[in-house]
Design a protein around this ligand. Structure first.
Ligand SMILES: [Zn+2]
Ligand SMILES: [Zn+2]
Length: 290
């Protein structure tokens, strides 16, 4: 287990903390503390999740997926939309849970009046089970999470067309002729690259098998002390360290980022407590985002 790097954007403005790490071709950047602020982005995929604050450098990321409308996850959305316009960038594309989309639209319009600047963006509602095509190779799907207000989690998939088994080994011209004659010689294969849970009780993870399969899992782990009652934590739509430990054998992910720790915990306490409890096999793949 190693800590993510502290990253100073290196740019002209450093207004919000960012931690960063690389895994198998993906860079994960972000920060997340419960009730403070949560934001993530993956530059290679040109997408971000949640905007509890907006580090100046994150402005260039054009597509954002909101998990829910608690302020620590969405407070900087109007700021981000306004900054993109001010910097003459293309209007961003934003997804929020269906239940909140009209209120978010109204919120942006109110800020348009208060700030006297147009809020240009493409705002879309989204629900569990929906699918967003980012490109030919990249697809985002949503899954139901279990929190105290309407919420969803996201999976980013790598989508490829693979030659069907029965045609493998055939010469290229033969495959081309088959394709030209209208035979579907390929089938679609999807690999989950990133799973992001947002805030959720463990049922949210269990709702979606791809959460356990994705190359990178970003999950909340708000509570860690043994003295914290789990039923209460679940009722408030959060995870406890024991929930993670109970599922240790199910995680097939190459990297598991645990974040959104409660403000009650000092970073030293988080490291000490979690490191002592993680079993080998899981420990090497977990990064504590603190
Ligand atoms: Zn939160
Ligand atoms: Zn929340």
């Amino acid at each position: 287990m190693s800590d993510p790097e502290k990253k100073n954007g290196g740019g002209p403005v450093d207004n919000a903390p960012i931690l960063s790490c690389h895994h198998d071709g993906l860079t994960i950047e972000g920060y997340s503390r419960a009730a403070v602020q949560t934001y993530w982005r993956i530059p290679e995929l040109k997408i971000g999740f949640d905007l509890g604050a907006q580090p100046w450098d994150f402005m260039g990321t054009p597509t954002w997926f909101m998990t829910h409308t608690h302020l620590d996850h969405i407070a900087a959305l109007p700021v981000y939309v306004a900054r993109r316009r001010m910097m003459r960038m293309e209007p961003p594309v934003i997804y929020v849970p269906n239940e909140a989309v009209e209120d978010v639209r109204r919120l942006l319009l109110l800020f348009q009046r208060l700030d006297r600047g147009r809020m240009l963006c493409q705002l879309n509602g989204i629900a569990a089970g929906d699918e967003v095509e980012l490109s030919r190779e990249l697809v985002v799907t949503t899954f139901a999470t279990t929190h105290t207000i309407p919420s969803v989690g996201y999976i980013v998939w790598d989508r490829r067309n693979k030659l069907k088994e029965e045609y493998q080994g055939l010469p290229g011209e033969r495959i081309r002729d088959l394709r030209l004659s209208g035979v579907a010689v390929t089938r679609e294969v999807r690999l989950p690259l990133v799973a992001y849970t947002g805030d959720t009780s463990p049922a949210g993870l269990d709702n979606c098998p791809a959460v356990y399969e994705a190359k990178v899992l970003i999950t909340e782990l708000s509570f860690i002390r043994a003295s914290h009652r789990r039923e209460k934590i679940h009722k408030f739509g959060h995870m406890h360290l024991d929930d993670l430990l109970e599922r240790a054998d199910r995680f097939k992910n190459g990297l598991i980022i645990c974040a959104h720790f409660s403000t009650r915990y000092h970073p030293q306490e988080v490291r000490r407590l979690v490191e002592a409890k993680l079993p080998p096999g899981l420990r090497e793949r977990v990064k504590l985002w603190i």
